[in-house]
Design a protein around this ligand. Structure first.
Ligand SMILES: [Fe+2]
Ligand SMILES: [Fe+2]
Length: 392
């Protein structure tokens, strides 16, 4: 029998003693073979070490069966996403992806409204970074109202839901894994909750949940979080623990239950395929179900120095390809149809190079709307060979 820190447990190990929680209740019995879910349960109960059978020692090869992960948010690279380590084209080069005229996102970015938004965003993110670090270092409770003051101001400043969404979609100067990401998720959560018709209290709660969902990443080493390319299995396991770390940090600070649950459950999936507890359906907190969508959207459109944000219709297509069963159907359909609706009447470029205008969304396939090209109406659902390449 050997005593091991909870952090060193790996699936396959056999418990040599019962595992008890703080109330001396047995949570797992002697002889149980550990799995990822059971290890998470041990951690969740705040158990720091357990006794395991000597001969059930770590089986490293087991870990190598894990699917490699390039992005910590658990989303596979989009087919058109270039590798993170590809250098940007030199200034003034004729690289093939250099746009011939200002794109839709470049026009947004050069507008005064966007510049104002970005300025407030930058200040808010700096402030948030300070608040978060203060919170980790001090034991004092944190006022949630204080935390969401700055992002609420951003929402006010940018007017309607779709407009805010459009600003966020173009706020992609960062490859920041925690602070700016969390701020974006907070704003997306607020907009998404508005689209769902939630009341102001719930919208603000969604915002606070978004801000703090990844706080556990502050306990994952920076080297792992920023490592380009594939993570090794041990690093991957470490990153997968951030929901548990986050839950523990927030629990100590006495935060609202929904905020704790969102930190813990935002990587759970509606069909039970997520982590760390493999919860499914309505057993996942509604704020975590909402945050899961904003989080994936944010991760998918994360900044790359060599390109602007992905075209929103491409993002919708990736969600469609992945399948909606991973998400709350009402939430994901409301989110994506509103993302699509934001760009109705917008000019776009089709994959064959023609310019068109987005006329009407197809409810069955939101990524393939009806577009007008000259005097012709083209239903992209009937034309799989065509797609919207970019907004103009
Ligand atoms: Fe996360
Ligand atoms: Fe996240």
């Amino acid at each position: 029998m050997q005593k091991l820190s909870t952090f060193d447990l790996v699936p396959g190990m056999i418990l040599a003693e019962d595992v008890l929680n703080f109330d001396r209740q047995t949570i797992l019995s002697k002889g149980t073979a550990l799995t990822d879910v059971l290890i998470s349960r041990i951690e969740l109960n705040g158990v720091l070490s357990v006794y395991i059978e000597e001969d059930s020692a770590p089986e490293k090869p087991d870990l190598f069966d894990l699917e490699p992960l390039e992005k910590p948010e658990g989303y596979g690279p989009a087919p058109q996403s270039p590798r993170r380590d590809v250098p940007p084209p030199p200034p003034g080069s004729n690289a093939e992806y250099a746009p011939s005229h200002p794109s839709y996102s470049e026009r947004i970015r050069s507008s005064q409204e966007f510049k104002d938004f970005k300025k407030t965003f930058d200040t808010a993110t700096e402030n948030f970074k300070f608040q978060l670090n203060e919170m980790i270092e001090n034991t004092a409770a944190v006022d949630t109202g204080e935390l969401i003051k700055a992002p609420l101001k951003l929402i006010e400043q940018s007017g309607s839901g779709s407009n805010t969404f459009d600003m966020i979609h173009n706020m992609r100067d960062y490859d920041d894994l925690t602070y700016a990401h969390s701020m974006n998720v907070a704003l997306l959560n607020y907009v998404s909750a508005s689209w769902l018709g939630w009341n102001e209290a719930d919208r603000e709660m969604a915002m606070a949940c978004g801000m703090l969902h990844d706080i556990g990443k502050l306990q994952v080493s920076h080297a792992i979080l920023t490592k380009p390319g594939k993570l090794d299995p041990v690093e991957y396991k470490h990153i997968q623990k951030h929901p548990l770390y986050g839950y523990k940090i927030l629990k100590e600070k006495d935060f609202d239950e929904h905020i704790l649950n969102t930190a813990l459950m935002h990587h759970e999936r509606y069909d039970g395929s997520g982590y760390p507890l493999q919860l499914s359906g309505q057993s996942i907190d509604k704020f975590a179900r909402l945050t899961a969508i904003s989080d994936v959207y944010e991760a998918m459109t994360a900044a790359r120095v060599y390109r602007g944000p992905l075209c929103p219709f491409r993002v919708i297509e990736i969600f469609e390809e992945e399948g909606f069963e991973k998400y709350d159907a009402e939430y994901v359909l409301t989110f994506l149809s509103n993302v699509g609706a934001t760009y109705v009447r917008n000019a776009c470029e089709l994959s064959d190079g023609r310019e068109a205008e987005i006329i009407m969304l197809n409810k069955e396939k939101l990524s393939r709307p009806v577009v007008q090209c000259g005097y012709d109406y083209i239903d992209l659902m009937q034309h799989p060979e065509l797609s919207i390449d970019k907004l103009l």
